[in-house]
Write a protein that binds this ligand. Structure first.
Ligand SMILES: [Zn+2]
Length: 356
């Protein structure tokens, strides 16, 4: 296809504030592209269609919206196995921590994922990435984190990078997530190994390093050691922060100049202002918040604090198995709808889960 014409667009979202109301919306629009480059984006009445080549492929948008591809900035799509029983456990009132203590959660996926070589991991992730593209995602960040050992973590990163060579999938950005579930043995030795051998190996593969800072995961001091080592190695840094409790992750992300602080359900106003002052993007993951039955993420509060906001799927086998950015964008922010409030207050009661 050399030239594409999309006409009868109800709302064309350009992300250019000069051309229309936020986010740069043009009503009754058309768009043309040639060899993958957009050549016209404006009102359909301003399009000179007689100048288009005869072989132009025309798509009728029938009044629907046309938006740029989504960037899904937080996913864990390289895994084997499944944890569907945890959804029933949660519906029965189990907490994240209780499921983990019973052998479920991240550690269950670590056990299953350890069985796979790079080929098997890439095959599993490829199907999820393909579904992401069908939902409109054109760039996806993929984390490791189900390896825990250096070798297993590198297999996950190699599997993520394998997807890059497939033109039928979203673009891939890889993130090394060594601090996801705490080790069973010596924590100090585990962190030492991550800071030296782990980051060294990941630097060949990943653009970012991430850590899970929370109760039952890793402390602020442990995360700071790893992220500081990553930064010294020239890698970007990110942090899972304030998801299950208020544990200081957002302030750490601000202090270290992280690219993003993700989750933030338990962040306070001072945390969000610190993120804004340090230009840290607040990434909200409303699907995981909904499944876990905690407070909805503070989307509006992040914006009101002056920080930049992103929405992502957190696609993973346990707390949000969805590849759909449109679904995540449609979930309401804190402070809105009573339906969301009652859903979370009931912690997804059994009768509610049975109807899903
Ligand atoms: Zn995550």
């Amino acid at each position: 296809m050399s030239t594409l014409l999309v006409r009868r667009i109800g709302s064309l979202c350009t992300c250019d504030p000069q051309v229309g109301p936020p986010p740069g919306v043009i009503e009754d629009a058309a768009l043309t592209a040639r060899d993958g480059v957009i050549t016209f984006a404006g009102r359909e009445t301003d399009l000179n269609s007689s100048a288009l080549p005869l072989d132009t492929v025309e798509v009728d948008a029938s009044g629907l919206a046309v938006v740029p591809g989504f960037i899904d900035a937080h996913t864990h799509i390289v895994w084997l196995g499944e944890r569907s029983e945890e959804y029933a456990q949660r519906a029965g009132g189990w907490t994240y921590q209780e499921i983990a203590a019973a052998g479920g959660g991240i550690r269950a996926t670590v056990r299953d994922t350890a069985r796979g070589d790079v080929d098997a991991l890439a095959a599993a992730a490829r199907e999820r990435a393909r579904r992401m593209l069908r939902h409109g995602t054109t760039t996806v960040e993929i984390k490791s984190g189900y390896g825990l050992t250096k070798a297993a973590e590198m297999r996950q990163l190699d599997a993520a990078l394998r997807l890059r060579s497939d033109p039928g999938l979203p673009d891939v950005v890889a993130t090394y997530l060594p601090l996801h579930a705490p080790p069973e043995g010596d924590r100090e030795a585990f962190i030492d190994a991550v800071c030296i051998q782990g980051i060294d190996a990941a630097a060949q593969r990943a653009r970012f390093v991430d850590a899970f800072c929370d109760e039952g995961a890793f402390t602020v001091a442990e995360c700071e050691r790893v992220l500081t080592a990553a930064r010294a190695r020239g890698l970007g840094i990110k942090l899972h922060a304030e998801q299950l409790s208020h544990s200081g992750g957002a302030m750490l992300a601000a202090r270290l100049g992280a690219v993003s602080a993700d989750h933030l359900e338990h962040a306070g106003e001072a945390d969000l202002r610190a993120l804004a002052a340090a230009s840290v993007v607040g990434v909200v993951l409303p699907g995981a918040a909904l499944v876990l039955g905690g407070p909805p993420p503070p989307g509006r509060q992040i914006l009101d604090a002056g920080a930049r906001l992103a929405v992502a799927t957190d696609c993973n086998p346990g707390t949000c198995y969805s590849e759909s950015m449109p679904l995540m964008v449609s979930l309401p922010p804190r402070g809105a709808p009573p339906r969301w409030a009652s859903w979370t207050a009931d912690r997804c009661a059994p009768e509610c889960a049975a109807t899903q």
